[in-house]
Design a protein around this ligand. Structure first.
Ligand code: NAP
Length: 284
């Protein structure tokens, strides 16, 4: 079998086009209010600068406002907490994204907890996570939402399917498990203490890898005909590689996402969608 390659770039481009059209409609029916995304970047971490600049560019490309705050690495925690609070109270700001990681002297959890849940477009606050875990409507973390969109676009029906998620982070594994469960899949979540991981992975009609271990998932870990989504982004001497051995798994799976060009492009597209959703929810 040779798997169909799921083109995340193409799906992300479609989502952006849809969001751009909906942003115009939103402004027309909300007294010309254009949704705004505030980005907060603390320090000089080069990858973080690239991520934030791509998010700002994407925001402007769909016709939304980008409001950026770049702070020195030495910024005191209290100053960041006060900035987040000011953004919470600013009616022109619909979404707040604090780029992680923050410098070591700042308590990341405290800063995240200070974000107004209605503006938490990264979906990291306990309030947003709680709504998702209870299957209630709300904002959803961007990468897991991107995975669900890719599954839908590749014709996968989660209802009744066995879904195996490898990784239990707050950012990816846990919210994705909730989304799959809410979509009526039978979900197994694996982690570093899981016994006989290959055997558990082989149960999955849907197999998602969000580990951070280059090419961990081999061809013999995959159920024939499964749909395999690779969230991993690992920088190696050979370049960017995922958590899945793409060549070997392509011989077994029905469909697979590449790295790069799979889940990665979906994350920013979903951030834009979330910002529009936050604007709608605050004005509903
Ligand atoms: P993380 O916070 O480091 O979590 C990794 C998870 O994998 C943990 O739950 C860990 O288990 C589990 N794990 C580690 N080694 C394992 C092993 N050998 N067997 C089974 N489970 C193992 O990472 P993350 O933030 O979720 O990110 C995961 C990957 O996705 C990374 O490569 C990251 O760069 C990538 N990512 C990509 C995007 C995107 O836009 N494409 C977005 C976010 C993240 P324990 O809980 O037991 O430690």
């Amino acid at each position: 079998m040779s798997a169909t390659v799921i083109d995340g770039k193409a799906v992300a481009a479609e989502v952006r086009t849809r969001v751009a059209a909906e942003v115009r409609e939103f402004a027309d029916s909300n007294q010309d209010h254009v949704p705004g995304l505030a980005t907060v970047l603390v320090g000089d971490d080069p990858p973080s600068h690239v991520y934030v600049s791509n998010k700002r560019k994407g925001t402007e490309e769909v016709g939304m406002r980008s409001i950026h705050h770049g702070l020195e690495a030495s910024t005191p925690e209290q100053e960041l907490v006060e900035l987040v609070d000011a953004l919470n109270g600013d009616d022109d700001v619909d979404g707040i994204l604090v780029q992680l990681p923050l410098p070591g002297h700042i308590d990341q959890d405290k800063v995240i907890a200070g974000i107004e849940p209605a503006k938490d477009v990264d979906g990291l606050t306990a309030h947003v996570a709680g709504l998702l875990a209870q299957g209630r409507p709300g904002l959803v973390p961007c990468t897991p939402q991107g995975v669900m969109e890719l599954l839908a676009r590749s014709g996968v029906e989660p209802t009744g399917a066995e879904a195996v998620v490898v990784g239990r982070s707050i950012l990816v594994g846990r919210p994705l498990a909730s989304l799959l469960l809410n979509a009526n899949a039978t979900v197994t979540v694996c982690h570093s203490r899981t016994q006989d991981l290959p055997a558990v992975c082989r149960r999955g009609d849907i197999l998602v890898a969000a580990v951070g271990s280059p090419e961990l998932i081999g061809g013999d870990w995959v159920k024939p005909g499964a749909t395999v989504i690779d969230v991993g982004m690992n920088r190696t001497d050979e370049g960017l590689v995922g958590d899945v051995d793409f060549a070997a798994v392509s011989e077994v799976a029905r469909a697979i996402t590449p790295v790069p060009g799979g889940v990665g492009p979906m994350t920013i597209a979903m951030l834009l969608e979330n910002t529009l959703r936050a604007a709608r929810m605050r004005r509903a």
